[in-house]
Design a protein around this ligand. Structure first.
Ligand code: GDP
Length: 304
């Protein structure tokens, strides 16, 4: 089920609740709503444990609100609103780890480093990010530290040229740590506001990839490491993000390819698994296809 379908189904379930004439205390209407809600989330690849936790939390919240209203002298309570609010809040909590991501500020040099597996959309996303910050008045540049994939530098160069973003890379240097260090040092000296470092996504051994990321991170000391996560890999997003978090700690997630047939639930589960906030969504192949992410507006939009 793609994300838009999930939204429609959640919206449908909530409207059914609005149509119900009475919400009885036996809570059969609420149970039906929760059943539909959970089925939709599961079909979208949200982790089963998270879904059952959500169900329990919504139920507990509704029960508590109703009990409190009764204690307060049987004050008439709009039960539908109580249920809707509990569902909304718990869906928001699902995509909100409660930690604030790093926000680049002007007047200082902000180094951002992108990690993720090959094909996730790192190089594309780095350029999109560069365009985003440039538009907001930051002097922005790109460093290509992917020496593993043939053509990675050319791709970054092409994207950067198209977007008129200064870039750094090498056709001859094979040590990604050296390139990253030289590039970041050069741009630091030139007082760029935002320096974005693109890294490799593949190695012969996964452990080598993680070692490389740790070494690059040690060399460029990023203010924020961003994991680029392909939404279309479904449930695998969770384990993949966990593996990256364990070795190359990251402070933010960008979920890509949400424009396609991605279900999105795996990426949502990755937030909970790594307690890391999503900061942007990639919604297409073009440089402008980047949407800022915030939990409440995202869920509001999803519910329609
Ligand atoms: P990398 O190997 O992680 O650097 O990935 P690339 O940036 O080369 O992207 C891999 C493919 O995914 C390319 O064909 C991109 O155009 C495509 N891509 C990246 N982000 C998005 C997105 O948000 N939506 C869609 N539809 N395609 C994307």
């Amino acid at each position: 089920m793609v994300l838009a379908d999930l939204g429609q189904r959640l919206h449908g379930a909530l409207s059914q609740l609005s149509r119900a004439s009475v919400i009885d205390d036996k809570a059969s209407v609420i149970d039906a709503l929760l059943k539909e809600l959970c089925a939709a989330l599961l079909e979208s690849d949200v982790n089963v444990k998270l879904v059952s936790q959500l169900r329990a939390k919504v139920k507990a919240k509704v029960k508590k609100s109703l009990e409190e209203a009764e204690k307060a002298g049987g004050r008439e309570l709009n039960k539908k609103n109580v249920v809707q609010k509990a569902v909304f809040d718990e869906l928001v909590a699902l995509v909100d780890p409660g930690t604030e991501p790093y926000k680049p500020t002007k007047g200082k040099i902000n180094v951002l480093m992108a990690v993720g597996i090959q094909g996730a959309g790192k190089t594309t996303t780095c350029t999109k990010l560069a365009v985003h910050y440039q538009r907001r008045g930051f002097r922005t540049c790109l460093v290509c530290a992917d020496t593993f994939r043939a053509g990675a530098f050319d791709q970054l160069k092409q994207n950067a040229t198209k977007a008129k973003i200064p870039f750094y890379g090498s056709y001859t240097e094979t040590d990604p740590v050296a390139i990253a260090s030289l590039g970041v040092e050069k741009f630091r000296k030139e007082r760029f506001d935002v320096i974005i470092v693109d890294t490799s996504g593949r190695h012969k051994q996964e452990s080598e990839l993680f070692e490389e990321m740790v070494a690059i991170s040690g060399a460029v000391k990023p203010d924020m490491t961003i994991m680029v996560l392909d939404a279309s890999i479904g449930q695998a997003a969770e384990s993949q993000s966990r593996a990256f978090k364990d070795s190359a700690d990251f402070g933010a997630i960008i979920v890509t390819k949400l424009d396609g047939h991605a279900k999105g639930g795996g990426a949502i589960s990755a937030v909970a698994a790594t307690k890391t906030p999503i900061i942007f969504l990639g919604t297409g192949e073009h440089l402008n296809d980047l949407e800022r992410f915030a939990p409440q507006p995202f869920i509001s939009k999803l519910l329609g």
